[in-house]
Ligand binder design. Structure first.
Ligand SMILES: NC(=O)c1ccc[n+]([C@@H]2O[C@H](COP(=O)([O-])OP(=O)(O)OC[C@H]3O[C@@H](n4cnc5c(N)ncnc54)[C@H](OP(=O)(O)O)[C@@H]3O)[C@@H](O)[C@H]2O)c1
Length: 303
């Protein structure tokens, strides 16, 4: 009975319900650092395989190609969950920023518009923070987009508990972010942030779920032994771990066979014991820090 139930588990069609009522697909194709001339094919291949969620950002410089890949796939736009992000130097120009992204993508709306970082950078000096403006002001502007039809859901990215508290407690905050997209893998599991966001009705989306390029997780003994026992790859184990923990995952690849392999997540599950073993991996590392930003945005593992 239990075996039959487990065989029926489908992660590829699984969605998470957001506080807006919308359903975000559990697996999305990441596109950061996908080189020009590779992204269009990657998006097209992913959609042909069955992916229905694409994650991009103005800052990745590839929105145009992502849009081309979507159109080349022939999959109707309304069947695809498309996320893009507001870049730091555009915080004071939210209406112009979304227009640019929509034009690049060749679409009239995005499913999710995220504030990429809680950092309002001065467009005239990328090493400087904007004077008299910060992410609370940016969120006030982003909230207005919901009435324009150009964005279906709004959220944030790279927000720890400290910045979320500031945002949620500000009187101008009328809309609780639907999503917080943050780095999540066994080297940066952020359980406090997950519990905090869950308690506020904010869905977490996990970026760098494989540990990004050159991932140290691929040689991890615990992950390799679970992968061997299950007859799966370490990458599949990492993606299943994220989805079973309760967040959506955004694996990036520009290689068709890896895009396909990352999609082979149906009909099997990690046991509670497997999950506990992965949770107890001790080595910590972060792919994205805040050293390149004019202000600090991370204040410890989860904060
Ligand atoms: N909000 C943010 O600030 C933020 C920050 C970082 C990332 N993100 C989002 O999250 C996405 C994923 O994160 P990420 O790109 O850092 O890293 P990732 O998805 O954890 O890992 C991507 C790397 O793993 C390789 N790879 C993918 N599948 C593989 C497989 N089955 N076997 C072996 N290698 C494999 C890829 O190479 P190939 O392409 O050659 O396959 C690439 O080098 C990004 O693309 C972006 O959309 C958001």
């Amino acid at each position: 009975m239990q075996r039959a139930a487990m065989a029926a588990v489908k992660k590829t069609t699984k969605t998470f319900k957001l506080n807006t009522g919308a359903a975000i697909p559990a697996i999305g194709l990441g596109t950061w650092q996908s080189a020009p001339n590779e992204v269009k094919d990657a998006v097209q291949a992913a959609l042909a395989i069955g992916y229905r969620h694409i994650d991009t950002a103005f800052a990745y410089g590839n929105e145009k190609e992502v849009g081309e890949g979507i159109r080349a796939s022939g999959v109707p736009r309304e069947q695809i969950w498309l996320t893009t992000k507001l870049d730091n130097p555009w915080h004071k120009r939210v209406p112009e920023a979304i227009e640019r992204s929509l034009e690049n993508l060749g679409t009239s709306y995005v499913d999710l518009y995220l504030m990429h970082w809680p950092c309002s950078t001065d467009p005239n000096n990328l090493k400087k923070h904007l004077e008299g403006w910060d992410f609370v002001d940016t969120w006030r502007e982003m909230q207005k987009l919901l009435d324009t039809g150009k964005v279906r859901n709004i959220g944030v990215s790279n927000f720890g508990i400290r910045n979320l508290e500031r945002l949620l407690n500000d009187p101008s905050c009328k809309v609780v972010p639907a999503v917080n997209q943050v780095e999540l893998h066994p080297g940066n599991p952020s359980p406090k942030l997950f519990n905090y966001c869950t308690s506020k009705g904010i869905h977490l989306s996990g970026y760098s779920p494989l540990g990004s390029a050159g991932s140290p997780l691929y040689s991890n003994e615990t992950l390799n032994s679970i992968a061997k026992e299950k007859g799966r790859t370490v990458q599949q184990i990492l993606l299943a771990w994220g989805i079973q923990k309760g967040w959506s995952v955004l694996p990036k690849s520009v290689n068709k066979s890896r895009i396909e392999a990352n999609w082979q997540l149906d009909g099997w599950e990690l046991s509670e014991e497997d999950i506990k073993k992965i949770d107890s991996i001790k080595e910590r590392f972060k792919v994205c820090d805040d050293a390149w930003l004019p202000i600090k945005v991370f204040f410890g593992d989860d904060e």
